[in-house]
Design a protein around this ligand. Structure first.
Ligand SMILES: *[C@@H]1O[C@H](CO)[C@@H](O)[C@H](O)[C@H]1NC(C)=O
Length: 474
């Protein structure tokens, strides 16, 4: 349920750059159709949508991933209140019905829709108490988005609704910061907000050259290692190719309204940086869902190393050059800082299960998101293969060079990535299993909630954490 405004944003940065115009910028056998019939009897009429209805189609069309839109559930349920979520869960578990849950629909993997079966779409829940002015955009000062959550309201496997926070159910609160589809359905979360100020923000776009771009990366690293500047400004970089254009895009978001120096002496092609309100800065980087493509992501984390990042870009070029016949292909390498200060911020707001892995080297880090986009299902296999090759090459190389950090950011991971096994250390995994035991001892959610990252059961089972809803047998 919780995703970070800041990363979602920088994904938007890469996507935005692709337009050529300057940016204004259990007994698990109950068949799905029977489950839908039972639900239609217990829920208000407005909450259930069948194929062919306008609302069903609307929800299907608003997934970020085209691959998710391909999946067709028997019905989609849109509860309007936490009690309706609870009622839905009780009905589904009583009848051993498989289901998937969709919240934002922004995930980079197929996990929130299902072929056959039931989807709970949480789009009508308005209890998400995030300040609509978008304050948490600049939470790079304050840790991950989830670090700023002070309370989760969650529907548990038995259909009860509880608050989890630092005082009540503190272990559940901690585990939910990397909750996946294991502990319950979050129906509301409260986040800390920060005072709204004017910002200086926008993107600067440059051509990619073998001379200037490595220099730009070097300068970005110097900037990122300077804790004084990083406290005031976030800079993220996107290197990518769209059509035949190779572009380096730098996203600036500064709390200080005076412009910061460019990262390169090269002339920019596009410069949208300006002093603006935070709200307008967000508006300038809005998602463009109209450009609805097939997408593959892969993410990893490394220490800051400019020549490695340049090598990843060069390897991506080699791999995608071989796929240039694929219709609509484009790709990019998005690089975001996770500085020491950023990781430390989480300790002030109640900890989380991945902090220990992130802090292992005590160093500033780069969170890298590899993305590829294309048009047709026929090319899925080739594009998945390409990403697999690029992802494992990147991780292997970083490991050989001694700069890989094990952390895999759940919100960016694809379903082949072992998020829990890598992002959570042994002790913390054991603690998460204990929480699981307390709140869902029969593993009802493991059996019925299809899709998403699943906590590995024991240490022999730590390699495959993701379950795809796509292949649910119903
Ligand atoms: C924690 O949960 C309790 C019990 O529901 C609630 O009264 C309290 O306000 C919550 N704390 C926060 C910070 O939301």
């Amino acid at each position: 349920m919780h995703f970070l405004l800041f990363p979602v944003f920088t994904v938007a940065l890469c996507r935005a750059s692709q337009s050529q115009t300057p940016l204004g910028v259990v007994g698990d056998n109950t068949p799905g159709h029977l489950c839908c019939t039972v639900l239609s009897k217990s829920l208000p009429e407005l909450a259930l949508h069948l194929p062919g209805s306008l609302e069903y189609d609307r929800q299907q069309e608003t997934y970020y991933l085209r691959q998710q839109t391909d999946l067709l559930p028997f019905c989609r349920v849109s509860p309007a209140t936490p009690s309706e979520v609870a009622l839905t869960i009780k009905t589904l578990t009583k009848h051993a019905c498989h289901f998937s849950v969709r919240s934002g629909g922004h995930m980079g993997c197929v996990g929130s829709n299902t072929d056959g079966g039931v989807v709970l779409d949480l789009g009508r829940l308005d209890g998400i108490d995030v300040d609509k002015r978008g304050i948490s955009l600049l939470s790079f000062q304050h840790g991950f988005g989830s670090d700023n959550v002070v309370n989760y309201q969650v529907v548990l496997a038995d259909g009860s609704i509880v608050d989890a926070n630092a005082t009540f159910h503190p272990d559940l609160f901690w585990a939910l910061k990397l909750g996946g589809t294991n502990f319950g359905i979050v129906t509301r979360f409260d986040v800390l907000t920060y005072p709204l100020k004017d910002v200086w923000s926008g993107i600067r776009t440059y051509p990619i050259t073998a001379h200037e771009t490595p220099q730009l990366l070097d300068n970005w690293i110097s900037f990122t290692q300077d804790s004084a500047s990083v406290k005031e400004e976030l800079q993220a970089i996107c290197l990518g190719r769209h059509n035949t254009h190779e572009r380096a895009i730098v996203w600036h978001a500064s709390l200080d309204t005076s412009p910061s120096a460019p990262l390169t002496l090269a002339a920019s092609i596009i410069d949208t940086t300006k002093t603006t309100t935070l709200l307008d800065a967000i508006h300038d980087l809005q998602f463009n869902f109209a450009d609805h493509k097939r997408v593959r992501w892969f993410t990893f984390t490394t220490r800051l190393d400019a020549s490695f990042l340049w090598d990843v870009f060069s390897r991506a070029k080699e791999i995608y050059d071989e796929l240039e016949h694929v219709s609509g292909i484009h790709w990019d390498v998005l690089i975001q800082p996770i500085t020491r200060g950023f990781s430390a911020a989480s300790s002030e707001t109640g900890e989380n299960p991945f902090r220990n892995v992130l802090m292992e080297s005590g160093d500033d880090l780069a969170l890298v998101l590899l993305s590829a986009y294309w048009d047709h299902r026929a090319d899925d296999e080739a594009m998945y293969d390409g990403m697999r090759k690029l992802g494992s090459w990147s991780e292997d190389t970083a490991r050989q060079r001694g700069i890989l950090n094990d952390f895999i950011y759940l919100n960016y991971a694809n379903e082949e990535q072992p998020v829990y096994a890598r992002s959570v250390n042994r002790d913390d995994l054991a603690r998460m299993r204990k929480v699981k035991q307390t709140y869902d001892s029969e593993d009802v959610l493991g059996r019925l909630w299809k899709g998403g990252f699943k906590l590995p059961h024991d240490s022999s089972d730590e390699h495959w954490g993701f379950e795809s809803a796509a292949r649910t047998e119903l």
